[in-house]
Design a binder for this molecule. Structure first.
Ligand SMILES: Nc1nc2c(c(=O)[nH]1)N[C@H]1C(S)=C(S)[C@@H](COP(=O)(O)OP(=O)(O)OC[C@H]3O[C@@H](n4cnc5c(=O)[nH]c(N)nc54)[C@H](O)[C@@H]3O)O[C@H]1N2
Ligand SMILES: Nc1nc2c(c(=O)[nH]1)N[C@H]1C(S)=C(S)[C@@H](COP(=O)(O)OP(=O)(O)OC[C@H]3O[C@@H](n4cnc5c(=O)[nH]c(N)nc54)[C@H](O)[C@@H]3O)O[C@H]1N2
Ligand SMILES: [Mo]
Length: 821
C-alpha cells in the first residue's frame, strides 16, 4: 500500500475493484466503514455481487479480465470532462514531457506500440522515450497541447475507449459505467480524495500489472497520489507477504528492492553502474542514486568481515541469474516437469493445490529425487505421491517432513499491507520436535557449511563466508538457537568501524563500531556500515547507548488526527506513513486540502511538519525538489516505459476467452506473454467444449489451500465443500439445481463442486451475445476431509500462463464447462 489501513478512513470515495475487502481483508473494511460513516461513498466493481458489494453505495459488474477496458473508459471520461487536477498533473507528473517523435501507440498500430518483434514476442523500447536537450533535460509543454506530449498521447489512446465500446467488452451496463465514472471522477478536486483497494482480482491476469498501471494513471490525473485517503492500495495476502517481498523472497529482488545481479554484471562497480538510474532533470532527488551505499552495506551484512574492499565486498560470491533467466513459479515447475531439478524444498506452501494447473504441478513433483516439506502439517504436497492419479510404486521421489513451529510459537516481526512492521511475541512453546523456521534453516546451514569445510566442493566460498552470528554457539560452533533480535538488528545494520564526519575540524564521531545505524541516510558505500535491508534501517535503533526495537512500540498519539499513529510500531521507510506525501502539498508546501494536513512546510521554522516527509528539501516553489523522489525524473510516470507490453495499458483479452475478437484492435491477447508449449499447457478460446468464463476466489471461512482451516471443524461446518457459483439463468439452461453436485471441466482437468445457484452472478451482454461466468473457491484438496466430501482444488482447472511482467498465473479468467455430476 502507498497508504495504510487506518488511512482508508480519510477517503471521500473508495473504489474496491480487483479485490473483495469485506471477505478477505475484514480489517480494511472497518476503516472503510468509518469513512462511510463520515459520508464517503464505496464503489464495488466485481464480476459477482460480493460481501463488499453488499455494503457498497454503487455496484457495477464486469466480465473477468476486462478491467483495462473499464479503467481506460474512466481515463477517457476524466479527460473529456476536464475532471483532472491540472496543477498537480502539470507539475508532479510527466504529462507535459514530449515523447520521441517516432513513438506510435495502439491507435496508430492496431493495438501495438512501436518496436514490436513478433518472433520474440517482445518490444524494442527505443522509441518509448522522451525528447531531451543536450543536457538530458526532457522537453516539455506545460500547456499540455503539443501532440507529442504524454497528455495528448494519453488522450489519443483512450479516446477509443468510449462508453459504448467499453460496455461491449466488459458487459457492464452503460448507466452503471457512467455512475462509477462520475462518482470516482469527482475526486479530481483538491478537497476531494479517492482511494483504490485491489488484490488478486487485478493481479492474477495476463495483463495484471497493467491493470494496476491503469489505476495509477487515474490516481495521478485526479491528484490522489500522496494524499491522505488516497493512493493505490494493494491489500496484501498472507499476513507477512509484505515483509517477505521487502526481504527478497522473490527470485529477482534482493532485500530492499535491489535487483538480483545477472551474470553480465561481472563486478560490483558494473552492478552499481548498470542498476543506478541517472537523473538529468533539475530538482530530481533520484533516491536510487544511493544504490551503491545500500548494496555495499547489504554485502557487508551477508558476508561480514569476509567482505572487504579488496574482494569487491564478496560481490562475486552472490548467486547470479543467467542473462534473461526467469525463475518464477510457472517456470520452476515447468523445469521440474522436464526433470531439471533433483530436489525441492516446499517451505511453508502447498503447491500441489495452490499452483495453477495442479495436474502439471503434481506430475512435476514426481520427477524429483527428493522433496522436503517444511510445514506445520502434512499436506497435499507432502503426500502428493499417494494422491489422485498417482501410483506410489511408480513415484521415486523421497519425501521428508520437517515440522515447524506456528506463528504463535515463535517471536519476530510481521509487516502488514500498510508497511507497518509490528513485533509479536511467542505465546506458547513449539509442540513436539517442531522448531521455528529460523532454527530449521540454522541446522541446515550448519551442516551444509560443515560439509563444504570438510569436503571442499566446486565453490565453497559463498557458504563458508556467510555471516551467521545469531546467538550463542555450542562446542561444535553451531548457533544453538537463533536469537531473532540479533537478526532484526542485523537487518537494521551496524557501523563496522568508527565513522567520523571529516568535513569539520576536528572530525566529529558519527557512529562507533558496533553501534546500530540510525537511518539509511547514514549508510555508506565504503564498507564502514552494514545493513541487511536498507529499507528497514531505523527499525531497531540505539537511544542513549541502548537498543530500541521500534517495531515493538505501542504509542497511541496521533497529532494530525489523520490516524498516522507515528509511535505505534514502525513503518518503512523511516516511519513514513504515506509514501509520496510531498505530492499532498502545493508548490509552496501547503496542503492541497487544509482539512487533511498530512504535511506542511513551516516557512518560519524552515521545516516540514506532519508525516515524515518524503525527502527533506524545501517545497518545489521555494527552490526545493521534485516530489516523486524514487523516480529518476522526479515526477510520477503517466507514461511508464518500464513494463513489457507498453507505456500505457491497452485492453487485451485473457489467454482463454469467450470472444473471437478484441473489439479494441486485432491483437486478441497480450502480445508479450510467454506461452508454454508443453502438452499440458494447451489453451482453449472460443472452444465449444469450454463455453463459460470462470474465476476462482476466496471465502472468509477458509485460508488459501485450506490446510490451516479445513481441519477446524467449526470452519468446515460453515464452508464444508468446494462450490461453484452459477447464475439462475445458466443453471436453468444446464438443468442444474442449487445443491447439485457438478463437474467443472477445463482443458487441463476437472473438479467436482456443489452448485450454488444465485443472483450474485448475472449473465453479461457482450456485443449482442450473452456470456456466462461462473466462479469457484480454491480452498480444498483431496487429502482432507478424508472422505473426499470437500472435493479437490480448483487449480486442477487453471491455466499455466502468467502476466508478462510478473508471471503470476491467470487464475481469475479462464474457460470451463459445467455439467451435472
Ligand atoms: N479469509 C481469507 N482471507 C484472505 C485469504 C484467504 O485465503 N482467506 N487469502 C489472503 C491472500 S494470500 C490474498 S492474496 C488476498 C486476496 O484477496 P482478494 O483479491 O480480495 O481475493 P479473491 O477472493 O481471490 O479475489 C477477489 C475478487 O476478485 C474478483 N474478480 C475475479 N476476476 C476479476 C476481474 O477480472 N476483475 C475484477 N475487478 N475482479 C475480479 C472475484 O470475484 C473476487 O470477489 O486475500 C487474503 N485474505
Ligand atoms: N486458483 C487460484 N490459485 C491461487 C490463488 C487464487 O486466487 N486462485 N491465489 C494465489 C495466492 S495469492 C497465494 S498467496 C498462493 C498461496 O499458496 P501457498 O502458499 O502454496 O498456499 P497456503 O495454503 O497458504 O500454504 C501455506 C502453507 O504453510 C504452512 N504454514 C503455516 N504457517 C507456517 C510457518 O510458520 N512456517 C512454515 N514453514 N509453514 C507454515 C501451512 O500449513 C500451509 O501448508 O496461492 C495462489 N493460488
Ligand atoms: Mo496471496
Amino acid at each position: 500500500m502507498t497508504n495504510h489501513w487506518i488511512d482508508l478512513k480519510n477517503a471521500d470515495v473508495i473504489l474496491a475493484m480487483g479485490g473483495n475487502p469485506a471477505s478477505n481483508h475484514p480489517v480494511s473494511m472497518k476503516w472503510i466503514m468509518r469513512a462511510k460513516a463520515k459520508g464517503a461513498k464505496l464503489i464495488s466493481v466485481d464480476p459477482r455481487f460480493t460481501q463488499t458489494s453488499a455494503k457498497a453505495d454503487l455496484y457495477a459488474p464486469l466480465r473477468s479480465g476486462t478491467d483495462i477496458a473499464f479503467l481506460g473508459g474512466m481515463i477517457n471520461y476524466i479527460l473529456e470532462n476536464n475532471l483532472y487536477f491540472r496543477e498537480y498533473v502539470v507539475n508532479y507528473t510527466n504529462a507535459a514531457f514530449l515523447v520521441n517523435q517516432d513513438f506510435r501507440g495502439p491507435a496508430d498500430l492496431d493495438g501495438l506500440y512501436s518496436g514490436y518483434n513478433e518472433a520474440q514476442r517482445k518490444y524494442d523500447k527505443t522509441t518509448w522515450s522522451f525528447q531531451r536537450d543536450e543536457n538530458g533535460v526532457a522537453l516539455k509543454d506545460p500547456t499540455l497541447e503539443d501532440p507529442n506530449c504524454v497528455f495528448q498521447l494519453l488522450k489519443k489512446q483512450y479516446a477509443r475507449y468510449t462508453p459504448e465500446t467499453v460496455s461491449n467488452i466488459t458487459g457492464t451496463p452503460l448507466d452503471k459505467l457512467q455512475a462509477v465514472y462520475e462518482l470516482y471522477g469527482s475526486t479530481g478536486k483538491p478537497d476531494r480524495v479517492g482511494t483504490e483497494c485491489y488484490a488478486m482480482g487485478w493481479t492474477q491476469h495476463t495483463v495484471g500489472t497493467q491493470n494496476i498501471r491503469a489505476m495509477a494513471i487515474i490516481q495521478l490525473l485526479l491528484g490522489n497520489m500522496g494524499m491522505p485517503g488516497g493512493g493505490v492500495n494493494a491489500l496484501r495476502g498472507e499476513s507477512n507477504v509484505q515483509g517477505s517481498t521487502d526481504h527478497g523472497i522473490l527470485f529477482h529482488i534482493l532485500p530492499g528492492y535491489n535487483p538480483v545481479p545477472n551474470a553480465s554484471l561481472v563486478d560490483l562497480a558494473t552492478y552499481i553502474e548498470k542498476t543506478t538510474p541517472k537523473a538529468t532533470e533539475p530538482g530530481s532527488v533520484n533516491w536510487w542514486s544511493n544504490r551503491n551505499k545500500y548494496i555495499t552495506s547489504y554485502l557487508k551484512a551477508i558476508y561480514g568481515d569476509a567482505a572487504t574492499a579488496m574482494n569487491d565486498f564478496g560481490y562475486g560470491w552472490m548467486p547470479k541469474l543467467d542473462v534473461g533467466q526467469n525463475c518464477s513459479w510457472l517456470n520452476l515447475f515447468d523445469n521440474m516437469l522436464a526433470g531439471k531439478f533433483e530436489g525441492f524444498f516446499a517451505w511453508g506452501q502447498n503447491p500441489a493445490c495452490s499452483g495453477a494447473n495442479s495436474n502439471k504441478t503434481r506430475t512435476a513433483l514426481s520427477k524429483l529425487k527428493w522433496m522436503v516439506n517444511v510445514n506445520l502439517y502434512d499436506n497435499e504436497t507432502g503426500s502428493f505421491w499417494r494422491g489422485p492419479g498417482m501410483n506410489p510404486a511408480d513415484v521415486q521421489t523421497e519425501v521428508f517432513m520437517l515440522p515447524c513451529a506456528s506463528s504463535v510459537e515463535k517471536e519476530g516481526s510481521i509487516s502488514n499491507s500498510g508497511r507497518w512492521a509490528q513485533w509479536r511475541y511467542k505465546a506458547v512453546e513449539p509442540v513436539g520436535q517442531s522448531l521455528p523456521d529460523a532454527d530449521i534453516i540454522n541446522e541446515l546451514y550448519f551442516r551444509v557449511k560443515q560439509l563444504y569445510q570438510k569436503e571442499g566442493g566446486a565453490y565453497p566460498d559463498p557458504v563458508v563466508n556467510l555471516f551467521w552470528d545469531y546467538g550463542e554457539r555450542d562446542s561444535a560452533g553451531k548457533v544453538k538457537h537463533v536469537d531473532i533480535h540479533a537478526v532484526a538488528k542485523h537487518i537494521n545494520g551496524y557501523y563496522t568501524q568508527d565513522v567520523y564526519d571529516t568535513s569539520v575540524e576536528p572530525p566529529k564521531l558519527i557512529g562507533k563500531k558496533g553501534d546500530l545505524v540510525k537511518s539509511f541516510g547514514l549508510l555508506r558505500a565504503d564498507g564502514s556500515t552494514s545493513s541487511g535491508n536498507w529499507l528497514y534501517c531505523n527499525s531497531y535503533i540505539q537511544v542513549d547507548g541502548k537498543p530500541v526495537n521500534m517495531m515493538a512500540r505501542r504509542g497511541k498519539t496521533d497529532a494530525t488526527g489523520l490516524g498516522l499513529y507515528p509511535e505505534w510500531s514502525w513503518s518503512w521507510p523511516v516511519n513514513r506513513r504515506v509514501i509520496y506525501n510531498r505530492a499532498s502539498v502545493d508548490l509552496q508546501g501547503q496542503p492541497w486540502d487544509p482539512k487533511r494536513p498530512l504535511l506542511a512546510w513551516d516557512a518560519t521554522g524552515k521545516k516540514w511538519v506532519g508525516d515524515v516527509v518524503d525527502g527533506g528539501p524545501p517545497p518545489m516553489g521555494q527552490s526545493g525538489k521534485l516530489p516523486f523522489i524514487m523516480k529518476p525524473d522526479g515526477v510520477a510516470s503517466i507514461f511508464g516505459p518500464g513494463l513489457a507490453e507498453g507505456p500505457f495499458p491497452e485492453h487485451y483479452e485473457a489467454l482463454e476467452c469467450p470472444l473471437e475478437e478484441n473489439s479494441m484492435s486485432s491483437q486478441r491477447i497480450n502480445p508479450t506473454i510467454k506461452i508454454f508449449g508443453g502438452d499440458s499447457d494447451a489453451f482453449y478460446s472460443c472452444d465449444l467444449r469450454y463455453p463459460f468464463v470462470a474465476s476462482t476466489y476466496r471465502v472468509t471461512e477458509h485460508w488459501q489451500t485450506g490446510v490451516m482451516t479445513r481441519h477446524c471443524s467449526w470452519l468446515l461446518e460453515m464452508q464444508p465443500q468446494n462450490f461453484c457459483e452459477i447464475s439462475i439463468e445458466l443453471a436453468k439452461e444446464l438443468g442444474i439445481n442449487n445443491g447439485d453436485t457438478v463437474v467443472v471441466t477445463s482443458g487441463r482437468g476437472e473438479v467436482q463442486a456443489i452448485a450454488m445457484v444465485s443472483e450474485r452472478f448475472q449473465p453479461f451482454k457482450i456485443a449482442n451475445s450473452t456470456v456466462h461466468q461462473v466462479g469457484l473457491t480454491w480452498h480444498f484438496g483431496w487429502q482432507f476431509p478424508e472422505d473426499g466430501s470437500g472435493f479437490d482444488s480448483a487449480n486442477l482447472l487453471t491455466p499455466n500462463v502468467g502476466d508478462a511482467n510478473t508471471m503470476i498465473p491467470e487464475s481469475k479468467a479462464f474457460m470451463v464447462n459445467v455439467r451435472k455430476a
